[in-house]
Design a protein around this ligand. Structure first.
Ligand SMILES: Nc1nc2c(c(=O)[nH]1)N[C@H]1C(S)=C(S)[C@@H](COP(=O)(O)OP(=O)(O)OC[C@H]3O[C@@H](n4cnc5c(N)ncnc54)[C@H](O)[C@@H]3O)O[C@H]1N2
Ligand code: MOO
Length: 399
């Protein structure tokens, strides 16, 4: 049996490049950018007023309390207007082009008004309240590099340079496959010896957060039916995420089916808990990757984060942040397994404190909904109270 780090390295060796595709601006949210985005014009594209107020020529202001007659209004969305007399002003709105022959904007609150005459009530600086053309970035400069993850902030940048279509990295086509005669659909009432499928829905939801719309399939514990269905699925998808049927049970038919179908085993079983009976391999001809997770819900969930998520990050060229947390209590791992222990995180003045939560084992689906992620405890190690530990977040800690 191999250790966790070796298993992870083997999975990462199989990172793939699925190429690029063009999607609409809205669809690019959550995807990885595959092109360089240049500024199509200066940012901002003109000297823009940052305040509602009056624009004057600074040199015309001889003394505080000087009055300026308004010559008109410069509205955002209108062409540039021109100040005709230095001793006049033009009312200017936020976002409007600063009028020609003016160089300073005074907000309304720093003036008093009588009819069309504005009196300057505060001392001012030349050039104030103007966001100068090109001061954020100049035309032709790089705004976004390929490989970045497109969040709502990047969507705004893409929109502002007129990108209705965006080149992004292609995502793998994925099938999520549940296995087992005991499983019924969510809408069904299970008989006493049955349970509802949950792993497939958790996996589907996890993939959805990656922008991947997976297809769901189910295999009953019947060797020839499993082989026949898997044979088809291997030809159709880039990746199969399976749960259940990979341990020692009399009805755990998957490893045999994989071998019969020409899937090359990379490893089966890892020195870890939960998730030990994990099977990973690749089809010799179709290059389909098979992540075959142990069926216990916590095992499937943890292994998705440990292996599949790491593989997807590498495949898409994303650098995943490494988290460390501080243990609230000491923890001793007497086993030769890497342990992944569910924990709740408390952000205590910037220190991420991990409180280990008790669990009734890898079938404890309810416990899973209470954890923020999993603390890694290496084999045969004791981590003291306040020691740092690696942490695999399974929830967005910032929301
Ligand atoms: N003799 C041994 N028995 C077991 C070992 C072992 O090393 N030797 N390992 C145990 C460990 S650890 C795990 S984890 C499980 C994994 O077994 P399988 O991958 O074969 O999974 P199943 O037996 O099919 O199912 C286990 C458990 O999970 C439930 N399950 C399965 N799929 C789903 C699903 N889609 N949604 C909800 N729940 C699901 C299933 O009903 C079982 O209760 O093996 C141990 N045994
Ligand atoms: O590894 Mo199993 O996943 O411990 O229950």
């Amino acid at each position: 049996m191999i250790g966790f780090n070796d298993a992870l390295n083997k999975v990462l060796e199989h990172a793939q490049d699925y190429g690029n595709e063009i999607v609409s601006l809205d669809e690019s949210h959550g995807r990885v950018l595959a092109e360089t985005i240049l500024a199509d014009r200066d940012f901002p594209p003109f000297d823009r007023s940052t305040k509602d107020g009056i624009a004057i020529r600074f040199d015309a202001l001889k003394s505080p309390g000087q009055a300026f007659a308004s010559q008109g209004v410069a509205q955002a969305g209108s062409p540039q207007v021109t100040l005709d007399h230095n001793e006049h002003c033009i009312e200017v709105m936020t976002g409007a082009i600063v009028p020609k022959n003016t160089d300073t904007v005074i907000m309304y609150e720093h003036t008093s008004k009588s009819g069309d005459i504005f009196t300057v009530e505060k001392s001012i600086k030349k050039g104030q309240n103007i966001h100068y053309q090109g001061s954020d970035i100049n035309q032709g400069k790089v705004l976004l590099q390929p490989g970045i993850f497109i969040t709502s902030a990047e969507i705004g940048v893409l929109a502002s340079v007129g990108k209705t279509q965006v080149l992004v990295k292609k995502l793998p086509r994925i099938a999520v496959i549940s296995t087992g005669n005991e499983l019924v659909n969510v809408e069904e009432i299970p008989l006493p010896f049955q349970i509802r499928k949950s792993n497939s829905h958790s996996l589907y939801a996890l993939l959805e957060t990656e922008g991947i719309a997976a297809d769901l399939h189910h295999l009953l514990d019947e060797p020839s039916a499993i082989q026949e269905a898997l044979g088809r699925l291997i030809k159709t998808y880039d990746v199969l995420l399976l749960s259940g049927g990979v341990s020692m049970g009399k009805f755990d038919f998957l490893p045999e089916a994989f071998a019969a179908l020409g899937v090359e085993k990379s490893f089966h079983k890892v020195l870890q808990r939960p998730g030990k009976p994990f099977w990973f391999g690749k089809h010799s001809e179709y290059k389909t990757l098979l992540f075959s997770f142990p069926g216990n819900p916590v095992s499937t969930f943890v292994n998705y984060h440990l292996y599949f998520k790491a593989w997807l990050n590498k495949t898409l060229g994303r650098v995943a942040p490494q988290f460390t947390v501080i243990l609230s209590d000491s923890f001793t791992n007497e086993t030769d397994l890497t342990l992944f222990i569910g924990a709740k995180i408390d952000n205590k003045e910037g220190r991420l404190m991990a409180e280990i939560l008790s669990s009734s084992g890898s079938g404890d689906l309810v416990g899973l909904s209470k954890v923020d992620g999993f603390v890694t405890i290496p084999p045969k190690e004791t981590l003291q109270k306040e020691a740092k530990a690696m942490f695999i977040p399974t929830r967005n800690l910032w929301q």
